[in-house]
Write a new protein. Structure first.
Lengths: 258, 258
């Protein structure tokens, strides 16, 4: 799993394989989505298909807030690591996308809080992350740590789940608007905005990774980084499913009102 | 949850409370166990009560290996952070306890591998962590990161789940020997050894924390660190339960033979 296991590959296992061509490398990256992107997860289908009650949607939004809140920190970690001014300049707008850029851009975290407001959750409680599942915190903070510690190109590659995001966001907007009377157009602003942001970002990051991976091992580490990131997303839905569908809510976590 | 939320406490929420006395502080730490130590988790009861099949016990041992493998790295992180030679000297034996000290001490990780050998798992596969649940990796690596990043006294406090361990180890030894014909005395060596190691270690760490926390906020952060560590353990059992009892095995994770 992930770059961690790659690091542990024995010398013998590192067969002298030729580098993938640019199209082969891109195909390897794109193949990860259909294999393990979180649109395959049962909780995703329940969320979009109107199968959850309001308390379960609250739990999802509350936990997913932790992911949103981690993203600008992981982006800042990436910016902090590179001497490449062009990369810094390009990457920096991601932080504005999440944290906002006055006077006009409120940012994705603010849009997420409009969603949690709309679901009737207290803002201070959401922001405190007190009710989040420990599994959520571990997953999203592992993402921040990954970007801080892995080789730069591999860290960039971990953002490439954005290649798979527009489809899920479109499904989410139509599915949630259609199926839940407590969801309206206004609270879905986050996802609408991501429809234009994610493709622009992922195109840049994809080209960066295709250009900068300089060995087969590094190419494989980049593909593993996309798997790692899929795991970060999958674990969050597994934890939501176990806690709020199967009903095994861990000590200290958010409990929806009966 | 954990020191993370403490860091986010608003200034207003930090009421000027008096420091706990030494006995009060110790009682606060010890109260975390009955509230959320993983001996309360259904998977724990199933494991000790003989309710799991061999594949489920394999999954437990394979995932728990990742925790064992993280422990000496988190201990080295702690040793690397302190200028206190006495603390380093005391703490260093924990690394030997896990990694071994030739010629006589094989170490806890080797004892754990004797357990996974006994369960019929391939050593190379176990050590590679390829089949581990992503949730396991995120949890145990979050523990390493916590010890690397939190204030030193708080990092020491996160080890204090050892106060609650001897009871669980005793239950484990008798329960597993009694209930599983694929478990014998030899493979339970890890837990027998921990019966003497854990109390010695936890006594030192407890006194260190009681002596070094210098404000009520720091005392509370230490109690939160014990909660954090309980979460690290709890999340592992939640993930095992969801994958191997409820049957929701994530992509890429270990699949027991039918």
């Amino acid at each position: 799993m992930t770059a961690v296991s790659l690091e542990q590959k024995s010398a013998a296992a590192r067969t002298e394989q030729p580098m993938w061509t640019r199209p082969e490398f891109e195909a390897q990256i794109r193949a990860v989505g259909p294999e393990r992107y979180h649109d395959l997860h049962p909780f995703h289908h329940m969320l979009h298909g109107g199968k959850l009650n309001k308390g379960q949607v609250q739990a999802w939004a509350l936990n997913r807030y932790c992911y949103q809140a981690a993203v600008p920190r992981k982006d800042a970690a990436l910016v902090s690591r590179t001497h490449d001014r062009d990369l810094r300049r390009e990457w920096l707008h991601r932080i504005h996308d999440h944290d906002g850029l006055p006077p006009e851009e409120p940012g994705g975290i603010e849009r997420w809080l409009i969603l949690t407001d709309g679901l009737g959750l207290d803002r201070e409680y959401v922001i405190s992350r007190r009710g989040a599942l420990a599994a959520t915190i571990f997953a999203v903070e592992s993402y921040v740590t990954f970007v801080r510690e892995q080789p730069l190109t591999v860290a960039v590659a971990s953002s490439l789940t954005e290649l798979f995001a527009p489809k899920i966001h479109k499904e989410r907007i139509s599915g949630m608007l259609e199926n839940y009377d407590f969801i309206d157009d206004k609270v879905m602003a986050y996802f609408k905005r991501r429809l234009t942001q994610a493709p622009r970002d992922s195109e840049f990051a994809l080209n960066y990774v295709l250009d900068h991976a300089k060995s087969r091992d590094e190419q494989e580490a980049c593909v593993d980084a996309v798997r790692f990131k899929c795991n970060v997303l999958w674990v969050q839905l597994d934890a939501l499913y176990n806690a709020y569908v199967a009903g095994n809510i861990p000590p200290g976590a958010f409990r929806p009102e009966a």
